[in-house]
Design a protein around this ligand. Structure first.
Ligand code: PBG
Length: 339
């Protein structure tokens, strides 16, 4: 007669009664909420605007579905929408009416960004207005500063222009200027010039760690600032380098940066973490750039990914890596989703 075993072979695999069971804390949504380590709130998000000259303009950016270029008169309504969503900050990019070799419109009193700052501050005084400080949208060659005869970006000659842009944004009422060109010494030059102009209140949020990334391609459509020739690899960082990021960040901290930006975000979460750990006392922003947004939108449009779930997962991941703030084109949608 065959004897049947009283116990299943699986019994040997059973955990002891006292075993650790992390799943206990994942059993219900309330438990999961209770032990969540990373939060994502609308006031962690910064929403970028692309401002164009003219009136009544709202021009969709083809490679960034959901994002439009807007004229100044449309900004008040946008600001009200952001405020209703709990988003407290915008980052302005300007597309000038004309471009030249020096990008002179970038610091014109009646330039498109300067007007946009005024309009936003009139309609929503509490909104934090940050501005991108760079020349690439304003120069006819599309580079981020002055070039020598060989097309090499001149460093110190460009500093003066960046400082003039920052002062003109500060005078128009910007709360924060964000130099994005990766020009050596840009933070110090801007800080000194702002202070000299009586603009001590204006904060400098430096794109201290910005990589020469192919993920900026849709942005260059939106801001119409693609280089006419060459690329930005002589000033933006090599994507292969992380230790160098700490050196860049340290230099900007020394020069008086009030906050730091790492950009792009997704391929660089290790860098976000490293900068956060090295400079925990400074607010850190990560820029979830145009190409990162476009990938999600394209996959979602094809039904390959759930846009809402993926975008929130990405933004949470960026926060978890150590970013206090996330600059993102998903901001409005994300704020709606998390409300
Ligand atoms: C430069 C600037 C760029 C971005 C922000 N500021 C483009 C570049 O360096 O080529 C990219 C932002 C994005 O891709 O979303 N003014």
């Amino acid at each position: 007669m065959t004897e049947f075993a009283e116990t299943s072979p699986l019994d040997a695999l059973r955990l002891d009664p006292g075993a650790h069971r992390p799943r206990r804390l994942r059993r219900t949504q309330a438990l999961r909420d209770l032990v969540r380590e990373t939060t994502l709130a609308p006031d962690d998000l910064v929403y970028p605007f692309f401002v164009v000259p003219g009136e009544g303009m709202r021009k969709p950016v083809p490679s960034m579905p959901g994002i439009d270029q807007l004229s100044v008169d449309g900004l008040g309504r946008e600001a009200a929408e952001l405020s209703a969503l709990g988003i407290k900050a915008v980052l302005l990019f300007g597309i000038p009416s004309s471009k030249d070799a020096m990008g002179l419109e970038s610091f014109a009193d009646d330039g498109v960004v300067q007007q946009a700052i005024g309009a936003l501050k009139d309609s929503s005084p509490e909104l934090v207005v940050a501005t991108d400080v760079c020349l690439c949208e304003y120069t006819d060659h599309g580079h981020c500063g002055l070039l020598d005869a060989d097309g090499y970006l001149l460093n110190d000659e460009t500093l003066e222009l960046l400082a003039r842009i920052a002062v003109s944004h500060g005078e128009a009422g910007a709360d924060i200027v964000a130099p994005s060109g990766m020009i050596d010494g840009m933070v110090g030059a801007i800080r000194t010039t702002l202070d000299g102009a009586g603009l001590e209140r204006v904060a400098v949020l430096s794109y201290a760690v910005k990589y020469a990334s192919a993920f900026y391609a849709p942005f260059r459509d939106a801001a119409e600032g693609a280089p006419a020739f060459g690329d930005r690899r002589t000033h933006q960082m090599d994507p292969a380098n992380a230790r160098e990021a700490l050196r860049e960040a340290a230099l900007d901290v020394e020069q008086g940066a009030d906050g730091l930006v790492v950009k792009p975000a997704l391929g660089y979460l290790d860098v976000v973490r490293a900068v956060h750990e090295r400079f925990p006392e400074l607010p850190l922003a990560a820029y979830n750039v145009s190409g990162e947004y476009a990938m999600v939108k394209a996959a979602a449009a094809n039904g390959w990914l759930d846009e809402r779930a993926v975008a929130l997962e990405i933004l949470t991941g960026i926060r978890r890596a150590g970013a206090d703030l996330v600059v993102t084109y998903h901001a409005k949608d994300a704020a709606r989703w998390i409300q």
